[in-house]
Design a binder for this molecule. Structure first.
Ligand code: SF4
Length: 356
């Protein structure tokens, strides 16, 4: 195989940090899969089993488009739930389509370890050492944590000039992504944190929490960019699901979440569903005006949690809108529902303030 080119599926902005991570470890050319479009999901759906989860189809679409652009080494990073078992089937689908490629899973059967990651990279680049891998893992981890931290801030704010704030975000990513020194990474973060705080913002009209399934939470295309849509109505957003949450907070809060939801859930019900119950209670406590729950059509854990969330919504008097996405979902339909939900929350808020 000549000219080895690595690629991997998209999920939000994280690709910007994964690319230098893979480049530094493999010394090979790493190319983004083409940006997700309608064609991506059409391709993914065409070659995936009908009833399989939507993220699987997006990934297959990304892989096909990347292979068509010359990629011949593919990575799968997904883990947990059915996501952790995507890789063997995706590999078979692509091999059946006669593509010539190598396929690597960093998370195998839902689990990973340092030795598995090391062996994976060693088989691609025999020069790699354990200390180099540790260094790169630490660097990518810190970059993602800092990126997520500023994104939490950005989601909450309603900038007077949204486009300027968006440009600032990409400047931050561009400055951060290829840094190879922890002190420079931290310096970049502090410089941009200052810049973010200087952005002129207005008071949000509403506060909405976003909960739900992992992929629809983190990949904007899969929800027709729900966060941007909400920002048009001056909504401050709180979203818990990020890569930092998956890597650290989920593990730390596991026991706390289980304890806090004990009145509603006796057992863990898979993926992020238990946490979504916990988050709903937390958002209510924090005075959020409403919650939007997103999931791909047929996502078992999130379908299972809907009756529990509806119960909390009635008991605690916090409105929750449930949005389900599949390949047929229309952008206009989602926009209309978001607009109606925001209107309802505004009226509710006005009535509440009149009573005071
Ligand atoms: S969380 Fe839902 S969409 Fe994601 S892998 Fe599990 S069932 Fe599929």
């Amino acid at each position: 195989m000549k000219n080895k080119i690595i690629s991997f599926p998209h999920i939000g902005d994280y690709c910007y940090f994964v690319k230098p991570f893979l480049e530094n470890l493999t010394s090979l050319n790493v190319k983004f899969a083409p940006p997700i479009t309608k064609k991506t999901i059409e391709l993914g759906s065409k070659y995936s089993p009908d009833t399989i989860c939507l993220p699987f189809k997006y990934n297959v679409g990304n892989y096909i488009e990347a292979l068509e652009e010359g990629a011949n080494i593919l990575f799968q990073f997904g883990g947990g739930c059915r996501y952790g078992n995507y890789a063997p089937l995706q590999k078979k689908i692509l091999k059946d389509l006669n593509y010539d490629f190598e396929f690597y899973e960093l998370i195998k059967n839902g689990k990973t370890s340092f030795s598995h990651i090391y062996k994976t990279f060693k088989s691609i680049n025999p020069e790699i050492t354990k200390s180099k891998l540790i260094k790169e893992l630490i660097l990518v981890f810190i970059k993602i944590m800092l990126y997520d931290h500023l994104e939490h801030y950005r989601r909450k704010k309603i900038p007077i000039e949204p486009e300027k704030f968006k440009k600032l975000k990409y400047k931050f990513i561009n400055n951060l992504k290829s840094q190879k020194n922890i002190f420079r990474i931290l310096k970049t973060y502090f410089i941009y944190r200052k810049k973010y705080k200087k952005v002129r913002c207005k008071k949000p009209k509403l506060k909405i929490g976003l909960i739900g399934e992992l992929y629809t939470s983190m990949e904007p295309f899969s929800t027709f960019d729900l966060e941007e849509e909400l920002k048009k109505y001056d909504v401050s957003i709180k979203r818990y699901t990020t890569v930092s949450y998956l890597l650290i907070y989920k593990k730390i809060f596991n026991k706390i979440a289980k304890y806090k939801v004990r009145n509603y859930l006796k057992y863990h019900i898979g993926a992020d569903a238990t946490y979504n119950v916990y988050r709903t209670l937390k958002l209510k406590e924090k005075g959020y005006d409403g919650i939007i729950h997103t999931k791909p059509f047929g996502c078992t854990p999130e379908v299972g949690v809907i009756p529990i969330l509806s119960k909390i919504s009635n008991e605690k008097n916090i409105p929750i809108m449930f949005l389900s996405f599949d390949t047929e979902t229309s952008n206009t339909g989602i926009k209309t529902r978001v607009e109606a939900f925001v209107d309802m929350l505004m009226m509710r808020k006005e009535k509440k303030s009149e009573k005071k």
